[in-house]
Design a protein around this ligand. Structure first.
Ligand code: ADP
Ligand code: MG
Length: 333
């Protein structure tokens, strides 16, 4: 199978079946898309490299899903509606079974979010997957990292920490060992993250700032704080603990929750006046949205233990906890 057969067979939709948005689609020198009037394009790129971002043994269908999911997660963090993506694929060889699985996982998620594969590049080399996604957002409504204000509530979606738990299980570092069912649950979170696109769209006009968690809650929160020039207090006891993570020793729970990585949940801030609205949104999306702290005028990140609602002006405020967690950095670890 040659390069062009491979591209046509696995990555092009039959004419007529495809959408929609590309003015010029797959197969020309450029894809051309027409942004709708009044909309801005939101664009983001993420690369997955074998051995670094995924294990060589991963199921190709899950890998296809994840490669697009991590990119859609960036659109979600900006409140953008997915439109289209390109795929730069570097393959050691053309393994048909692998390609069929990969394309299936990739294109199934693309269909869920109505996000069209409009072009790409295919080369031989060590396995790596680069995706660029494009989304649209009404002018002026993009969710940014820079909008958090002192006094805002701090929220997180879903169940952070499970992906890290699975990674440590693969590395065989967990004491006690993870039971098989729990491993399957954690592994699914690591290999098949669900990008929080619907949440991102619903947070337009509600959240003051947002970021997706790819390198660990505290590390990514620190990016948001820096861009917003504010600090935050995070109350450890308020963090959402998935039942599987809840079975683990407390120190392990905290490691996974705070410095996990690969979560693809959204961390966002919103004025306290939006609390009821955000909880209603959690119900309508069927997605936990948990208030985990508050934005402070004092710079830096404080970790607290105690009751979130006792903060900041109660007689028995939450107590500070030393921060021993750092975020994942490809060039340090
Ligand atoms: P060029 O040499 O002009 O850059 P290529 O030979 O790389 O073009 O690609 C031919 C066509 O196939 C282009 O339209 C390109 O967007 C598309 N394409 C290449 N690789 C992929 C891929 N992995 N997925 C989807 N489309 C692809
Ligand atoms: Mg090319």
């Amino acid at each position: 199978m040659g390069e062009f057969d491979l591209i046509e067979r696995f990555f092009w939709r039959p004419a007529g079946q495809g959408p929609r948005r590309a003015v010029v689609g797959n197969g020309d020198d450029c894809a051309v898309i027409a942004p709708a009037p009044g909309m801005h394009l939101a664009i983001s790129t993420d690369t997955l490299v074998e051995g670094r971002h995924f294990l060589s043994t991963v199921d190709p269908t899950r890998l296809g899903h994840k490669a697009l999911a991590v990119n859609l997660s960036d659109l979600a963090a900006c409140g953008a509606q997915p439109l289209a993506f390109t795929l730069a694929l570097t393959l050691p060889h053309a393994n048909e079974a692998w390609l069929a699985g990969f394309a299936q996982g990739l294109l199934a998620l693309a269909d869920v979010h109505d996000c069209e594969l409009i072009g790409g590049d295919t080369t031989a080399g060590p396995l790596a997957i680069g995706i660029t996604v494009m989304g649209e957002v009404p002018a002026g409504q993009t969710l940014l990292r820079s909008g958090a204000r002192a006094g805002d509530d701090l929220w997180i979606s879903g169940w952070p920490g499970l992906a890290r738990l699975a990674l440590e299980a693969f590395r065989d570092t967990l004491q006690p060992a993870l039971p098989t069912d729990d491993f399957d649950t954690a592994r699914r979170a690591m290999e098949c993250p669900e990008p929080r696109v619907a949440l991102g769209l619903a947070l337009r006009g509600v959240a003051s700032a947002a970021i997706d968690v790819s390198d660990g809650l505290l590390g990514d929160l620190a990016h948001l704080l820096r861009r917003s020039r504010v600090g935050a207090a995070v109350v450890l006891d308020a963090l959402p603990v998935h039942p599987v993570l809840g079975q683990r020793p407390l120190a392990q729970q905290h490691d996974c929750l705070l410095a996990g990585g690969d979560d693809y949940e959204l961390v966002f801030t919103a004025p306290a006046t939006h609390r009821a609205r955000i909880l209603a949104l959690s119900d309508s999306l069927g997605l936990p949205l948990t208030r985990i702290g508050a934005i402070t005028a004092t710079l830096g990140l404080q970790l607290l233990q105690g009751e979130l609602d006792a903060w900041p002006d109660d007689d028995t405020p939450p107590q500070p906890v030393p921060n021993r967690w750092t975020s994942f950095d490809h060039f340090k670890s």
